[in-house]
Design a protein around this ligand. Structure first.
Ligand SMILES: Nc1ncnc2c1ncn2[C@@H]1O[C@H](COP(=O)(O)OP(=O)(O)OP(=O)(O)O)[C@@H](O)[C@H]1O
Ligand SMILES: [Mg+2]
Length: 223
């Protein structure tokens, strides 16, 4: 369970202070599928980055399974990210010099498992998303949809309990976007992880089992 309490975030640019998030409360229960919609500039990405501990809140608290995590040391944050929290962005952000298989293997945090075991796990994941034949391909030669499918399984390599997605289909055409959404929903079912998707696409927003709107920094859930 990931819990955000009374979260505020302001950015200071020169003399002006912009309040981007205002007292946001959100509890992501295990297995939840939540969509967060809202107009551009409303603070969606900021909220997601705070939940992923990529940004620090101006005030408020974040808890993971009851443990406060917003004031952890950087090394502990990096452990959590990946093992407990998986991240997917609009662009796949794969490492261009590594092939898809290596991109998955390098994201695996369990230092103890053998290379062979990691390779097998990575192969299984690529096969799961229909990319077995591309495992040694040049990452830069993958299509946008293929690269994003690799990014989706990369977010899952360490079996996180929650996956945070910022406009995961934003850079894809509608057919590839649908494929990636279908994949995310199937993987959520298979793994039992919770899924939080930030989007300005109403069709994706409507899929959420819990739907939230972020407007001018204020989060409201549709009840
Ligand atoms: N690092 C930063 N420094 C200053 N201002 C920032 C920073 N990050 C975000 N902002 C501002 O916070 C506001 C919210 O930005 P955010 O990226 O969270 O919006 P968004 O809802 O994700 O928009 P979009 O749908 O366009 O992605 C914007 O006005 C933005 O300029
Ligand atoms: Mg955004």
């Amino acid at each position: 369970m990931l819990q955000v309490k009374n979260l505020c975030k302001s950015f200071k640019t020169g003399e002006t202070v912009q309040e981007v998030l205002k007292n946001v409360d959100l509890t992501v229960e295990d297995g939840d599928f939540i969509t967060i919609m809202g107009a551009s500039g409303g603070g969606k990405s900021t909220l997601l980055y705070l939940m992923a501990l990529l940004e620090t809140p101006s005030s408020g608290e974040i808890y993971l399974d009851g443990r406060r995590i917003d004031c952890l040391k950087q090394s502990h944050i990096e452990d959590l990210r990946g093992t407990s929290i998986g991240l997917i962005f609009q662009n796949a952000n794969l490492i261009a010099s590594l092939n898809p298989l290596e991109n998955l293997m390098i994201a695996m945090k369990d230092g103890k498992s053998k290379l062979k075991t990691k390779k097998k796990a990575a192969e299984q994941l690529l096969s799961r998303v229909g990319l077995s034949e591309k495992k040694y391909a040049k990452t830069t030669a993958l299509s946008g949809g293929e690269a994003q499918r690799v990014a989706v399984v990369r977010a899952l390599v360490n079996n996180p309990s929650i996956i945070l997605c910022d406009e995961p289909t934003g850079a894809l055409d509608s057919s590839n976007g649908e494929k990636v959404m279908k994949l995310l929903l199937e993987l959520r079912k298979e793994t039992g992880c919770s899924l939080v998707i930030v989007t300005h696409d109403e069709r994706i927003g409507a899929l959420g089992e819990r739907r939230c709107f972020l407007k001018d920094g204020v989060l409201n859930e549709v009840v």
